[in-house]
Design a protein around this ligand. Structure first.
Ligand SMILES: Cc1ncc(COP(=O)(O)O)c(C=O)c1O
Length: 357
């Protein structure tokens, strides 16, 4: 008998950070770089208020959210696209620009969805080398061929936590052929406190071949509502919109996003919380000779010496009720990633580091 046969694609599916541990009730999840403090109270209020309206389809243009984004970031509405997470915009970009045999450049250790969506769209992935877990601009430039269609990078980068300076990013963009799309993923930009850093949006507002990605899943604490946005030239946004389902953004997500954007006080609170605990965690990791990135985002990639085994450390933390992120899928040896949690979670993490090292 013949059955429906799906086409063959050779892709390693994305595995998110674990959220459960057998035998442990209410574990502490520090595996997905989510917000330490949750969403803004104003956003929570907006979610509560929308209950009576959920029987209506959402506004397919997310006009209120675009208006708020335009106001806050000084951008034009017709250069914005809203996605069900920035993840969905990565998918739109791959659908819009890739054909079989095209090449996509990603840094060796980078967010896995870039390569997954590129592979779904039958592109060949070219891995640019990193130096000491920092994206190498020279390596990216050396990887460019006539077949290159898209270059993806996150700044700061996940999972390495390193970043390219404004000058480095400008240098790279100036040397990329204008027919290649450069995607700069700003997922963690709010957390960066370095003078030589600038977000993709502020650097490339007028670039014709750059797509900037932003998300509400990190500092805004709205990961489960799935909300992200992209900014690019009118022409690129118009190409992406072809692939956007009409109702990809729920009204709940849109209105929560609008309220979250207005709550600057909450944003600042998150940033100072992150600064405070990043410093404490960084000092502790340093004290224990655990190699890690400088505090540039809301997470640390911990690289262990031969004396310790990452799987073993993962299990020890798990038994104590704390879930870290394994780095096996990213192919970073003997490493684990930890997200900065709330005060109680961070204190426990530091206590456990003391106990296990
Ligand atoms: C660099 C980077 N980009 C995008 C995302 C996904 O964001 P979203 O939840 O908006 O799809 C993540 C999530 O971990 C990420 O680390």
């Amino acid at each position: 008998m013949n059955f429906p046969k799906a086409k063959k694609v050779n892709i390693q599916r994305y595995e998110g950070g674990l959220s459960k541990i057998a035998g442990i009730t209410n574990p502490i999840k520090l595996s997905s770089n989510e917000s330490a403090l949750g969403c803004s109270p104003a956003a929570a209020k907006a979610i509560d208020k929308i209950k009576k309206k959920i029987f209506k389809y959402p506004d397919s243009n997310s006009s209120l959210l675009k208006k708020q984004l335009a106001k806050i970031f000084n951008v034009k509405n017709n250069q914005l696209i809203i996605g069900s997470g920035s993840d969905e915009i990565i998918s739109f970009a791959c659908q819009a620009f890739l054909e079989k045999g095209d090449e996509v450049i990603v840094p060796e250790f980078s967010f896995l969805m870039y390569r997954i969506y590129a592979q779904i769209n039958e592109a060949k992935i070219i891995y640019a080398k990193e130096n000491n877990l920092k994206i190498s601009i020279d390596s990216i430039l050396n990887c460019i061929t006539k077949k290159t269609k898209i270059i993806f990078l996150a700044n700061p980068n996940n999972p390495t936590g390193t970043y390219l300076t404004e000058n480095e990013l400008r240098y790279l963009q100036q040397r990329i052929p204008t027919n290649v799309l450069l995607v700069v993923d700003d997922a963690y930009w709010e957390y960066v406190q370095k003078k030589d850093y600038s977000s993709g949006l502020s650097i490339f507002k007028n670039a014709k071949n750059v797509l900037v990605l932003r998300t509400f899943s990190k500092i805004y604490g709205l990961a489960s509502l799935r909300l992200g946005w992209g900014y690019s030239s009118k022409s690129i946004i118009s190409s992406l919109l072809t692939y956007k389902p009409p109702f990809n953004i729920t009204t709940t997500a849109e209105l929560a996003g609008v309220s979250a954007l207005k709550d600057n006080k909450w944003l600042k609170k998150n940033i100072s919380h992150n600064n405070f605990w990043c410093k404490k965690i960084f000092e502790k990791l340093k004290e224990k000779n655990i190699k890690c990135n400088l505090p540039n985002a809301n997470f640390f990639l911990m690289q262990f010496s031969k004396k310790y085994d990452a799987n073993n450390i993962f299990n020890k933390f798990a038994k104590s009720g704390v879930i870290l992120r394994k780095m096996n899928n990213y192919k970073i040896k003997n490493s684990l990633r930890v997200t900065v949690g709330n005060a109680q979670e961070s204190k426990l993490f530091i206590k456990l580091i003391d106990r296990f090292f």
